[in-house]
Design a protein around this ligand. Structure first.
Ligand SMILES: CC(=O)N[C@H]1[C@@H](OP(=O)(O)OP(=O)(O)OC[C@H]2O[C@@H](n3ccc(=O)[nH]c3=O)[C@H](O)[C@@H]2O)O[C@H](CO)[C@@H](O)[C@@H]1O
Ligand SMILES: C=C(OP(=O)(O)O)C(=O)O
Length: 426
């Protein structure tokens, strides 16, 4: 996978045309891992095949003997996990977060799993102790080696009870996949069921796992030794959808965003309405144009990012972008990832220091001018935010390490080209 990529951007380009939201990063990469516990072939449709995070995961799976067939045209990925086994790799350097989900398939076939330490965006404290707790509650021994985490369960995972002290998406996903290979009942308490976790549950059911959900945080899983194959559709990416919608609004362009998962983003969209943005929409698509600004301007706002169904932290930088283009001072709080702030320093290079912050709180002085800049990518969403700033600015910009944005935006350059906007990535 390429690194140190630079995006050269000529500012002042206005988008026009259509952009289709791809399958969700935070669903597809989880389903790809879950496919590894099946005993038959799994096909995932609407798969974001060019997503850098997905490619890293495929690389690990193939190095461990799994077969992955990618059809870019059909946006489909087929996984044959029959030969997926624990192998000691020379290199465990994978910059993705959900490496812990690769464990269950290895335990199923080898009784041992050696996996890279969880990487992902540096957006503050991101522990993995609860993942170790999941494996231990299912009877495994966990050892933190210098280069990898080793999970050992020679007789496979055993039924157990997992009680999360905090709401964790990653932990819930790990518990669900791990419990699905257990021939017995596992209880998961204080689970966190986001739309992507819900789609993982639907998928595991198609393999043959029995999963009952009570309320929104108690889950009973009865797994099975033999799990069927499946053909499954990846849900559209709600973070990508909000990204394009916000880009359409602040650019003054005319764009149609297709395949928007409206039912997973009701509250994020209500906040747009409160800013005076009235979108034209039908069941799956939304049209964004200058006429959506009922007052001709974005109204300043105050909002908090946290857990679903609210605005999730990954959407936070795009609300900051809205604040930068609003008519006055806005405040954005993030109680989930209060240190997700580094990108603000990069945006300040474009917006004449319009942003100030303390942990968990960003103040935005809207309406300043925007000039081109040389900016760093600090994290996935921050990288996309500075790309958008570069496109809107007067003058030229260079965005360093733009591969971070490509971790989460499938076919980004092509999608921008379809909107009549060019960036050069090299
Ligand atoms: C798997 C998944 O969909 N993860 C999402 C989740 O990341 P991430 O996996 O980090 O988030 P979790 O929901 O698992 O964790 C939430 C909180 O629990 C903490 N924690 C988590 C696991 C653990 O073993 N110990 C621990 O202390 C984390 O540090 C964090 O403070 O939120 C991020 C920010 O919105 C999203 O970008 C990720 O896509
Ligand atoms: C932070 C993100 O991803 P990850 O958890 O994979 O680092 C993100 O998608 O914005």
């Amino acid at each position: 996978m390429k690194s140190n990529l630079k995006a050269h951007i000529q500012g002042g380009q206005t988008p026009s045309g259509k952009v289709r939201v791809s399958g969700a990063k935070n669903a597809s990469t989880r389903l790809l891992s879950a496919a590894l516990i099946a005993d038959e072939t799994v096909t995932l449709n609407n798969f974001p095949t060019e997503l850098v995070d997905a490619r890293y995961k495929m690389d690990f799976i193939e190095k461990c003997g799994g077969k992955v067939t990618v059809d870019e045209k059909l946006e489909s990925v087929t996984v044959n996990p029959a030969e997926y086994k624990d192998i000691e790799l020379g290199d465990y350097n994978y910059p993705i977060r959900t490496t812990y989900l690769l464990v269950a398939g290895l335990i199923k076939r080898s009784g041992i799993a050696r996996i890279p330490y969880p990487g992902g965006c540096k957006i503050g404290d991101r522990g993995y102790d609860l993942h170790m707790m999941v494996w231990q509650q299912l009877g495994a021994t966990v050892t933190e080696k210098p280069d990898y985490i080793e999970v050992s369960a020679p007789n496979g995972f055993q039924p157990g009870e997992i009680n999360f002290p905090i709401s964790t998406i990653g932990g819930t996903e790990n518990a669900l996949i791990s419990a699905s290979i257990v021939d017995g009942e596992t209880i998961i308490k204080n689970a966190y069921i986001s739309p992507e976790v819900d789609s993982l549950i639907q998928f595991l059911r198609t393999l043959g796992a029995k999963i009952d959900v009570v309320g929104n945080s108690f889950i009973r899983v009865v797994g099975a030794k033999y799990l069927r194959g499946s053909i499954f559709q990846v849900m559209p990416d709600r973070i990508e959808a909000i990204t394009w919608i916000v880009y359409g609004i602040i650019s003054g362009g005319r764009i149609t965003v297709e395949d928007v998962p409206f039912d997973t983003m009701e509250i994020p969209l209500i906040h747009l309405k409160h800013m005076g943005i009235d979108l034209y929409r039908n069941d799956k698509n939304v049209i964004v144009s200058p006429e959506c600004l009922t007052n001709g301007q974005i109204q300043p706002f105050e909002l908090a990012c946290g857990t679903h169904p609210g605005i999730i932290s990954d959407m936070q930088p795009f609300y900051t972008m809205l604040g930068l283009h609003a008519n006055g001072k806005s405040r954005i709080f993030d109680y989930r990832y209060p240190e997700r702030l580094k990108y603000c320093g990069e945006l300040n290079k474009f917006y004449d220091n319009a942003l100030t912050w303390t942990p968990g709180a960003i103040t935005v002085e809207g309406g300043k001018g925007i000039t081109g800049a040389d900016a760093q990518s600090t994290d996935l969403r921050g990288s996309m935010a500075v790309v958008i700033a570069g496109l809107l600015a007067q003058g030229n910009s260079t965005i360093h390490n733009v591969e971070m944005a490509l971790r989460g935006y499938n076919n980004m350059e092509q999608k921008l080209r379809n909107l009549g906007v060019t960036i050069t990535v090299e």
